[in-house]
Design a protein around this ligand. Structure first.
Ligand code: Q9C
Ligand code: ZN
Length: 372
């Protein structure tokens, strides 16, 4: 399988994030992508391509240009304001109750994008889990190029390509970043594929978290079917979206399918949900699936509660490919660093119909995670 990778992700050099008001060691770190690259290199069955630069038009096809401008300038504004913090995080978020009783027109007129960057980060951001540093914008742009290059390779005839995107994307909405995500790599790729083929495209999101951004972007779209398996938002981030009764509106009615699962979900229940998700995808025409692939469903993941095993990833990859559609597979989350390489290798080998044999030399320093 071909893999699109660039060391440009290293510029998004994150060591600390904030969680519920306190600094904690960052989860979405550069080591994640490097672990996966190392395992795929060691496998020998993967070849690596550098991304091709695609420019801004593919991004503004799904994102507000104001978000792009904010992210581009945010670090220089942070520096210019001499904010004594190692990364940018918002000072205020515009809770909708701040405007209670004011008309939509009044709010549009009065609640402009703030001038100071602590307010601007709240205007464009969802939460404090997406710290922004000097190299974040260039890395996020490169992740988009990784996704678009993977899509190009598939449109050129490859049956399945893996885009090693970092930072991830599925929490980023049209006009919002958050949840470690800045640009929605999968949505940008799906939009580009619709544009290039005129076909319908399906997105299968198997990250542990609901891809609120992808859902929002395609909510009214009849040509992109979004199907997501994730932790029930009654229990986990992003809390406000991801329920089964969110089915889309207008031309998108029935094109959004959420399959929330209980905390602690294991292989059996997850594979049953996978079969349901694949049925929903199979029921609409189209020849390409964009996969938002997260490994935070793994049993040892530090922020997820599910109990998936490496063997399950091999099987999910196998079943996804068995639909017979071409796959643009893009990395989202997954934070148990020692297992990421083997889990990615298992999934991708499954998608190629190859067996999975654990690499003896790749043993997980922090525990025998191969069996989960
Ligand atoms: N204790 C992705 O997986 N909350 N984003 C973290 C940590 C934010 C996850 C809480 C989770 C965002 C792409
Ligand atoms: Zn996630």
């Amino acid at each position: 399988m071909r893999v699109v990778y660039t060391p440009a992700h290293l510029a998004h050099d994150i060591t600390i994030e904030t969680w519920m008001g306190m600094p904690i060691p960052a989860n979405e770190v550069a080591e994640r992508a490097e672990r996966i690259r190392g395992a795929l290199e060691a496998d020998g069955g993967f070849t690596f391509d550098e991304p091709v630069e695609h420019g801004e038009a593919a991004i503004t096809a799904v994102h507000d240009a104001g978000l792009v401008r904010f992210l581009e300038a945010a670090w220089s504004r942070h520096r210019a304001q001499r904010i004594p913090r190692p990364f940018l995080s918002a000072d205020t978020y515009p809770n909708r109750a701040m405007f209670e009783g004011m008309s939509t027109e009044a709010v549009d007129r009065l609640a402009r994008e703030p001038v100071q960057v602590g307010g601007r980060a709240g205007f464009w951001g969802l939460d404090s889990a997406a710290p922004l540093v000097a190299g974040t914008y260039s890395a996020a742009r490169a992740a988009v190029d990784v996704a678009l290059t993977a899509a190009d390779l598939v449109l050129g005839g490859e049956p399945a390509v893996f885009g090693l995107c970092r930072p991830p994307g599925h929490h980023a909405a049209r006009s919002m970043y958050g949840g470690y995500c800045f640009f929605n790599n999968a949505a940008i790729a799906a939009e580009a594929i619709v544009g290039a083929t005129g076909e319908r495209v399906a997105i299968l999101d198997v990250d542990y978290h609901h891809g609120n951004g992808t859902q929002q972007i395609f909510w009214r779209r009849g040509d992109v079917r979004y199907v997501s398996i994730h932790a029930d938002p009654d229990h986990d981030y992003p809390y406000f979206l991801g329920r089964a009764d969110e089915t889309g509106e207008g031309p998108g009615e029935g094109e959004n399918c959420n399959l929330p699962l209980a905390p602690g979900t294991d292989d059996g229940a997850y594979l049953a949900a996978t079969d349901r998700a694949l049925e929903v995808i199979d029921a609409a025409p189209g020849s390409v699936i964009v996969v938002s692939l997260g490994f935070d469903t793994y049993g040892l993941d530090p922020i997820g509660t599910f109990g998936l095993t490496t063997a399950a990833y091999h099987e999910i990859g196998r079943r996804t490919a068995a639909l017979g559609r071409r796959l643009v597979i893009l990395l989202e989350g997954g934070y148990h660093r020692p297992s990421l390489g083997e889990n990615a290798r298992a999934w991708l080998r499954g998608a190629e119909g190859r067996p999975f044999d654990p690499l003896p030399a790749a043993g997980f320093e922090e525990g025998g995670a191969v069996a989960g």
